[in-house]
Ligand binder design. Structure first.
Ligand code: SF4
Length: 301
């Protein structure tokens, strides 16, 4: 076993040792397929929510999922980026128009419905956001190496199944390089966010999800916010250990949400993106005197 793979296997063992006891109520017999709706998925949103409001952690984002401007920007932006990579010299607005004309091939029904509902103003706003996203990501590598960037497709996740548990560790990665022929340990990852305020948490979670999924840790993770800039993190034990600790807290929150009494509320700015905001007295009280701005050039979260 090479050094990379040995290190990756060690991280899998550490994660299993930490998460197993916390999630014993999510135990499943070996080999049994778990229905999709019964799975708990710990992605970077779950990790972040566990540090904000445990009652927010309790909200099931699965069934109530609705398309958002941020998700549309990412999905459409990734498709525009693929055009820029594959056809050097193509301008982003033309790439956007081509993606929109062929949207039923690019995207699933839910996003297509969302795009179909846009008026001219909404489409113009999306064009600006998606093109800005694609150009920002394209600037991550020198133009001559753009062809070596592997771009995520819809449904691409870094995902590791915790042995014997109805639990998945999920990470997202918008792009990685080199595109082919590289050992997993030689890859550099890029994750795009709305704001850099939690860049280290995002980078750590992506690095840990990659390490658990491929049994080999990546070289670096860059976190990029199109409206702000980017910051890069070398993947070392410190970054992975912090991420594993946060993952443990998120697992505890998820188990408490599923099996425990209603979790306490902790209102704050995150109430603006909570699926329970309309029915939560604490959130309503917190939001009462705080104006919310939509659109404009604010970072999308
Ligand atoms: S509205 Fe705010 S306080 Fe209420 S559950 Fe959501 S995040 Fe928590």
């Amino acid at each position: 076993m090479t050094g990379d793979l040995a290190a990756g296997a060690e991280w899998r063992a550490r994660a299993t040792a930490l998460l197993g006891p916390i999630t014993d109520r999510l135990a499943v017999p070996a080999g049994r397929k778990v229905p999709y709706g019964d799975l708990v998925r710990l992605d970077d949103h779950a990790v972040r929510r566990a540090g904000e409001c445990l009652a927010f952690s309790d909200a099931d984002a699965g069934e109530d999922y609705v398309e958002s401007a941020a998700n549309a920007r990412r999905r459409v932006g990734l498709a525009v980026l693929a055009g820029l990579r594959d056809r050097p010299g193509l301008d982003p607005v033309t790439a956007f128009d081509e993606v929109m004309a062929d949207r039923a091939r690019w995207f699933g029904d839910r996003l297509v419905d969302w795009l179909d509902g846009l008026g001219p103003g909404g489409r113009g706003a999306l064009a600006a956001e998606a093109c800005g996203y694609a150009v920002a990501v394209a600037g991550w590598v020198p133009p001559a190496r753009m062809g070596d960037v592997r771009i995520s497709r819809p449904g691409d996740w870094l995902e590791w199944a915790v042995p014997g548990r109805a639990l998945r560790v999920r990470g997202r990665c918008d792009a990685m390089t080199p595109r082919r022929g590289a050992r997993p340990a030689d890859r550099r990852l890029l994750v795009v966010v709305g704001a850099l305020e939690r860049a280290e948490m995002v980078a750590g979670h992506a690095a840990l999800a990659y390490t658990l999924t491929t049994a080999s840790r990546p070289q670096r993770v860059t976190v990029l916010a199109p409206a702000e800039g980017r910051t890069a993190f070398a993947v070392d034990d410190h970054l992975l250990l912090d991420a594993l600790e946060r993952l443990g807290a998120a697992a505890q929150a998820a188990v408490a949400a599923r099996f425990g009494p209603p979790a306490p509320t902790s209102p704050g700015p995150w109430c603006n993106r909570c699926g329970r905001a309309e029915e939560c007295p604490a959130g309503a009280e917190w939001s009462a005197d705080r104006p919310v701005r939509f659109g404009g050039l604010l970072p999308l979260r």
